[in-house]
Design a protein around this ligand. Structure first.
Ligand code: MLT
Length: 396
């Protein structure tokens, strides 16, 4: 029996597991500490009423013989796929329900989609980046080319000259940097992918935070993207489904490589390895797109956006260099006094009891940077900013 030796090439622990362990150790030594968690981007607001009402109704259906549901369609119930198509239509994107695949979240799809691609492919990944893109490719042994995202390009790298890759990762609004590509910039990425016959894996998990019209909510708003891109999206950040689990992936019928339809391959993969998301959860997700659902979901998003503004105002007051905070729930900033990311993590935890995410955890170019999440409660965000202010924990 031979193991997958590529696992030797990844860190022993996933970034957020390492942070969680460090915080537990600190809490054990300092049981009185009032810890404010602004590290992992986990939501704190409950599911909105329209969603839970729909889920309650669905549970009742499951309790009666006439309305009980067994195995659902692997691709997801049509009612949810239709609701997603209607939502895309409002963005000016025409897709059909056969192009939508419901899953238990973006993270699973981001990892699983690699089943469709040969391990010989070269992958282009920005640095810093959501660690799942890197780790899942390292697990498969693919060659990775890193694309520098940095202060100079405001953490929005553009297609590199003279370098080609087969698989390109883009996340916009970006995790971890909160920076978001404009439609004009994304068009350049689409043209680059089409020219080099590459595929773009586009992570749109944070699209609901976009408020500026020049930014894209979906890669499919860009001409030609249906022929080169897969979009992966999630209800986690849009509607607070981090613990409920539901996401979706859109693959156009037009997307073909080597004469094979990527849509058909994904359907084949999903129907073999996945048995769909529960009926109850899909009914909850469907409710997000109802008129009332949209309003309720927007209320939470606006709440987090206001949190993000409070944190970015703090950065402005200290004259700290940062990205995000607008069109994104993340604020990515330069650690004060040239501190390294993990040193600042320890400093912040010890002096202010605030947990953030060290930039280096997202790649080498994240060294010296730090990420705060705006998904906390308002009370905690205000408390955190006051602690930072009184300790001058951002002073250069
Ligand atoms: C993050 O904090 O980067 C995200 O919450 C992780 C995720 O969505 O998996």
């Amino acid at each position: 029996m031979k193991i997958n030796k590529c696992y030797r090439n990844i860190e022993d622990s996933y970034l957020f597991s390492t942070i969680s362990k460090k915080v537990s150790e600190y809490k054990e030594k300092n049981p009185q500490a009032d810890i404010i968690r602004l590290g992992i981007g986990d939501v704190t607001r409950p599911l909105c009423p329209v969603v839970t009402e729909a889920m309650h109704r669905a549970v009742d259906e499951m309790s009666k013989i006439e309305t009980f549901h067994g195995y659902g369609p692997e691709q997801g119930y049509k009612f949810l796929r239709d609701a997603i198509c209607k939502n895309y239509k409002e963005l000016g994107v025409d897709i059909n329900s056969g192009e939508v695949f419901i899953s238990d979240g973006a993270k699973s799809d981001v990892g699983n989609i690699l089943d469709l691609f040969d391990k010989e492919n070269t992958v282009l990944i920005p640095n810093p980046v959501y660690p799942v893109y890197v780790d899942t490719n390292v697990m498969d042994g693919r060659k990775i080319i890193y694309l520098d995202a940095n202060e100079e390009n405001k953490f929005l790298p553009m297609p590199p000259n003279g370098i080609r890759a087969d698989i390109i990762y883009i996340c916009s609004p970006n995790n971890p940097t909160g920076a978001a590509y404009s439609k004009i910039q994304l068009k350049k990425w689409v043209d680059y992918a089409l020219d080099s016959k590459a595929i773009i894996l586009y992570d749109a998990a944070y699209e609901a935070f976009i408020e500026d019209d020049n930014l894209a909510r979906s890669i499919f708003q860009i001409d030609g993207a249906d022929k080169c891109a897969i979009e992966i999206c999630s209800f986690s950040k849009t509607a607070g489904f981090t613990g409920t689990r539901c996401g979706y992936t859109v693959i156009s019928d037009e997307l073909k490589f080597d004469g094979m339809s990527i849509n058909k391959m994904w359907l084949r993969r999903q129907s073999t390895k996945f048995n769909g998301v529960s009926y109850v959860v899909q009914r909850g997700a469907e409710a997000v797109f109802k008129e009332e659902g949209r309003l309720q979901v927007m209320e939470s998003i606006n709440y987090y956006k206001e949190n993000a503004k409070i944190i970015s105002d703090l950065m402005k007051n200290f004259g700290t260099w940062f990205t995000g905070g607008k069109n994104s729930p993340y604020i990515w900033f330069k650690c004060p006094s040239g501190m390294k990311s993990w040193a600042y993590f320890d400093y912040l935890l010890e002096k202010t009891n605030i947990v953030g995410t060290p930039g280096i955890g997202f790649g080498e170019n994240g060294e010296g940077f730090f990420r705060l999440s705006a998904f906390g409660s308002r009370e905690n965000i205000i408390k955190a900013t006051e602690r930072i202010k009184s300790l001058k924990a951002l002073a250069q």
